[in-house]
Every structure is written in C-alpha cells, then in structure tokens.
Design a binder for this molecule. Structure first.
Ligand code: HEC
Ligand code: HEC
Ligand code: HEC
Ligand code: HEC
Ligand code: HEC
Length: 372
C-alpha cells in the first residue's frame, strides 16, 4: 500500500500538466517522431503488442499492474493498475512509453523489488522536458532543461528496465551489468545520426540522438550481442566460447530464446550438431528462463516460486563449452551461429501468436574454422 501511496501523489501531479501527445511532437521533431513511432516504446501497449496482451490476459485478466511500464502515461494509472478501471484506447495509453512521459522523469527511485519513476511537477500550461542539448533553443510548446544528469548516466532507463521481482521474491528481470551497475544504455541504444534535432534547426546542429531503440528485433543489433569463437582441443573435442558484449545479461526479458548452434560439416554434410531438434537439448548453449511453482509445474513469471531452467550470462562475461565430437578429419568445417527469437517458439504456439515479426528467427554473428 505504501507504494500505491507514492504513485497516487505522482498521479495527482501528473494530472496538473496537460498531456501533449506523441503526434504533437512531429511538427518540430519530425525524425525523432518517425523513429519513435516505429519503436517498441510506442508499441508497448495492450493495443499494439500482441505478445504483451496475451501474457497479460493469461496472468492478470482483471487488473493491469503492467501499466506502470507499458502505458505509464495513463491518466487513470492507479485505477487501471488495481483493476478498478479497465485499460482503454485513450491518447495517453495508446502512446505507450510516450515522449511526454519519458522526458519528464526527473528521478528514479531504486527500491528492493522494483524501481520507480518520479515525475517533474510542472504546474501551468507549458511542460518542461529534460534532455542533454547544449544551449537548447526556446520553443513555444515547452521548456527545456539540460541539467538533469539521469539523461546522461542512463538512470532514466532504470525505472522500467531495472530489476523486477514477483510477489514470491523471484527475480523476473534485471537490467544491471556484471558489477550490479547501470551501463551506458544511451550510447548503445541511442546512437547519434546526422541531422538536426528540429526541422528548423535554428542552432545549426549537425547530429541528433536517434530514438529507434533497436534491440532484439534488429538484425544489425543482434550481430553485436555476443562474440563466438571456436577452437579444436584434440581430435575428439572442440571448444566454443560465448562472450556477452552487451551492457546487460543475455536474457533480460525471460521469455526470449537465444542460443548458439554449432555444427561440423564434412564434404557438405552435417556430421555433428550440438542439438538434434530443439536447442534446449544443449543446455549450456541455450539462454532462456523457465519458471516453476511449488509443485514443479512450469508457470508464467507472476506465479513463479522458483526456476525450472535458467541459463544466463552477465554483461561482458564469457563462458566456454567443450563438446565431445566424432573424430575430426582434415578439411572438416566447424561453424557456430548465434540465433535469437523474440519469444520461445513453443510459447508462441501456446499463445497462438499471429504477428509474423514475433515468430521470426534472427540470425546473429557467425564464426567458423577449418580443421588442419
Ligand atoms: C517494471 C516495469 C515493467 C512492468 C511492471 C511490466 N513490464 Fe513487461 N516489459 C518491461 C520492459 C522494460 C520490457 C522490455 C524488456 C526487454 O526487451 O528485455 C518488457 C517487455 C515485455 C514483454 C515482451 C514484449 C515484446 O513484444 O517483446 C512482455 C510479453 C511483457 N513485458 C509482459 C508484461 C506483463 C504481462 C506485465 C504485467 C503483468 C508486465 N510486462 C509488466 C517492463 C515492465
Ligand atoms: C513548436 C516546435 C516544437 C514542438 C511542437 C516540440 N518541440 Fe521539443 N524542442 C523544440 C526546440 C526548438 C528545441 C530546441 C532545439 C535545439 O536547441 O536545437 C526543442 C528541444 C526539445 C528537447 C531537448 C531538451 C534538452 O534540454 O535537451 C526535448 C527533450 C524535446 N524538445 C521534447 C519534445 C517533446 C516530447 C515534444 C512533444 C510533446 C516536443 N518537444 C514538441 C521545439 C518543439
Ligand atoms: C516508462 C518505462 C520505460 C522507460 C523509462 C524506458 N523503457 Fe525501454 N522499454 C519499455 C517497455 C515496456 C518496452 C517493451 C515494449 C514491448 O515490447 O511491448 C521497452 C523496450 C525497449 C527496447 C526494445 C526491446 C526490443 O524488443 O527490441 C529497448 C532497446 C529499450 N527499451 C531501451 C531503453 C533505454 C535505453 C531506455 C533509457 C533511455 C529506456 N528503454 C527507457 C519501457 C521503458
Ligand atoms: C555495449 C552495448 C550495450 C549497452 C551498454 C546496453 N545494451 Fe541493450 N542491447 C545491446 C545489443 C547489441 C542488443 C541486441 C541483442 C539482443 O537483444 O540479444 C541489446 C538488447 C537490449 C534489449 C532487448 C533485449 C531483449 O532480449 O529483449 C533491451 C530492452 C536493452 N538492450 C536495454 C538496455 C538498457 C536498459 C541498457 C542500460 C542498462 C542497455 N541496454 C545497455 C547492447 C547494449
Ligand atoms: C524511453 C525514453 C524516451 C522516449 C520514449 C523519448 N525520448 Fe527523447 N530522449 C531520451 C533520452 C534519454 C535523451 C537524451 C539522449 C542523449 O542526449 O544522449 C533524449 C533526447 C531527446 C531530444 C534531444 C535530441 C538531441 O538531438 O540530442 C529530443 C528533441 C527528444 N529526445 C525528443 C523526443 C520526442 C519528440 C519523443 C517522442 C516522439 C521522444 N523524445 C521519446 C529518452 C526518450
């Protein structure tokens, strides 16, 4: 109840500033608007993300705790969270993680179970948006403030991407790095592109901060997830090293599936593979998290009391896997490929997911060596 008390205050202060919808930013921030509306932040609501909606329906059919991060700008946030009111397609909710919301977070409170976004209280009609621009030009639509350091050190991401535990104290996700710190999210996920921040560009800026927020759905980003390397140890064993190059664990959203597929090819034919049908047969090279309840039955995160399966690798850490293989011959090609799915294919089937983007197999980095 204490937590809801805090939210209630935030919620009240929120109401006093008039909500400017995402569409209204396009007039001046054309490129950023275009990128943002094609990103998962804009598509995070029940109305636009089929995967999210189906998990919600299965776990919390009557209340919507998820709103805190998935539709945080909702006017009736508290009522929606508790189930007193149902989510509806208002501007605030359809906008998902909106521009207006993100740019007014002024502090992120770190708590044991879940981090909390605090909001700037700006009475009057002109909202104040935080950012990092040097000497921001004035605008008749909003004030700008470049003094809040959470927009430099990436803390602004942590209200939603920080750690999250369920009510049984089971960790569901964790966006911290190998040292338990926040990595430089902004450098990797918001690269600078040529162009101005606004259409008019009165300050003559040469670059702006992109807002695509690419991640697991980007072929280009997937290439940068891990580094794979192979080595022949002796005639019957090979070693695969997987190094996580990201600023967070390989698995943050537990329903993802990421794995290394390793094969030995001889005269064009696969003579050995690290799994036959399902990647999970090779538990060391398959990264995902499955939850269970007290009876050992597989369940979705909210009702988990423990893990049924958990293989993860923290930021910047590497693991070595040794495989016993049939006797190697000169000319054998050993290759390994990194593969990712937005959600485990088996889960996609259970949920009857129809969005083709979600069913896609993303091919990441590849490596190969030839036996000498
Ligand atoms: C503390 C903030 C927070 C809360 C609360 C939260 N989520 Fe999320 N959710 C996230 C973040 C952040 C991501 C993106 C994670 C990633 O890609 O690693 C996400 C991603 C997801 C995804 C993957 C969506 C996709 O298309 O890739 C699903 C499904 C999901 N959440 C379901 C839920 C459900 C259901 C609830 C409520 C029971 C919920 N979440 C509550 C922060 C939250
Ligand atoms: C009428 C034009 C106009 C509209 C509409 C507009 N902005 Fe701006 N915004 C500007 C100008 C001008 C700047 C300063 C640009 C510069 O210095 O290069 C700016 C700067 C910003 C900054 C940077 C602040 C800083 O200190 O770094 C943010 C964030 C921002 N706008 C967010 C928004 C959001 C969110 C919306 C929609 C709700 C929006 N803007 C709508 C004109 C506008
Ligand atoms: C208000 C909550 C919130 C904040 C603040 C936030 N995010 Fe997100 N983010 C989400 C949610 C929710 C999703 C998942 C939406 C979905 O898939 O339905 C997401 C998705 C993403 C994704 C895409 C994942 C994919 O599916 O490919 C990336 C990358 C990301 N966020 C990075 C960031 C970074 C970097 C910051 C800080 C600058 C940030 N986010 C701030 C809630 C937030
Ligand atoms: C060194 C670069 C780097 C840093 C730092 C980094 N990321 Fe990532 N992140 C990546 C890459 C590359 C991917 C895409 C590959 C993947 O998803 O497997 C990714 C994926 C993601 C995803 C989607 C992952 C999934 O499985 O759904 C989210 C969400 C995300 N990052 C958020 C963040 C946040 C929040 C931070 C800061 C705490 C951060 N990232 C820091 C490189 C980075
Ligand atoms: C997930 C949070 C998030 C969302 C959603 C978001 N922004 Fe940003 N935005 C940031 C962060 C963080 C920065 C500062 C990055 C930096 O300068 O390194 C930023 C920077 C900016 C800037 C300064 C740009 C520059 O050239 O440096 C503008 C303008 C801006 N955002 C406008 C918008 C608009 C308009 C939208 C919606 C169409 C939007 N933002 C959505 C987090 C967000």
């Amino acid at each position: 109840m204490k937590i809801f008390g805090i939210f209630f205050i935030l919620f009240l202060s929120f109401l006093s500033a008039k909500y400017l919808d995402t569409k209204s930013c396009a007039e001046c921030h054309e490129m950023i608007h275009y990128e943002h509306t094609h990103s998962m932040h804009h598509n995070s609501s029940l109305f636009k993300d089929e995967f999210h909606r189906k998990i919600k329906e299965k776990t919390y059919p009557n209340s919507y705790l998820c709103a805190l991060c998935h539709t945080p700008a909702a006017k009736n946030l508290r009522a929606v969270i508790t189930g007193k009111e149902q989510p509806s397609q208002t501007k605030e909710q359809s906008d998902g993680v909106s521009c207006f919301y993100c740019h007014q977070i002024n502090k992120v409170l770190i708590t044991k179970h879940e981090n909390i976004n605090f909001y700037a209280f700006s009475p009057g009609s002109k909202p104040k948006f935080f950012g990092n621009l040097k000497n921001p030009d004035t605008s008749d639509k909003h004030k700008s403030d470049s003094t809040n350091k959470i927009y430099k050190n990436s803390q602004v991401c942590m209200g939603c991407h920080g750690k999250k535990f369920n009510k049984y104290d089971v960790e569901i996700c964790n966006g911290l790095d190998e040292k338990g710190k926040t990595s430089d999210c902004i450098s990797c996920h918001m690269p600078k592109f040529p162009g101005g921040t606004t259409k008019l560009n009165k300050r003559g800026r040469e670059e702006y901060t992109s807002h695509e927020f690419l991640g697991i759905r980007s072929d280009e980003m997937i290439q940068k997830a891990v580094e794979l390397s192979l080595k022949v140890l002796d005639k019957n064993s090979i070693q695969l090293t997987i190094k996580n190059k990201m600023g967070h664990s390989i698995i943050m959203q537990p329903m993802r599936l990421k794995f290394a597929q390793t094969e030995i090819v001889r005269f064009g034919k696969v003579v050995w593979k690290n799994f036959k049908k399902y990647p999970i047969e090779d538990k060391k090279a398959t990264f995902t998290i499955l939850f269970k309840n007290n009876d050992g039955k597989q369940v979705l995160p909210p009702s988990a009391t423990g893990y049924k399966y958990k293989n993860n690798l923290k930021a910047n850490q590497a693991k070595e896997i040794v495989y016993k293989v049939p006797e190697l011959q000169k000319g054998d090609i050993i290759k390994s490929t990194w593969i990712s799915y937005v959600l485990r294919p088996a889960l996609a089937k259970t949920l009857k997911i129809t969005d083709r983007e979600m069913l896609k197999k993303y091919i990441g980095t590849k490596t190969k060596i030839v036996v000498k």
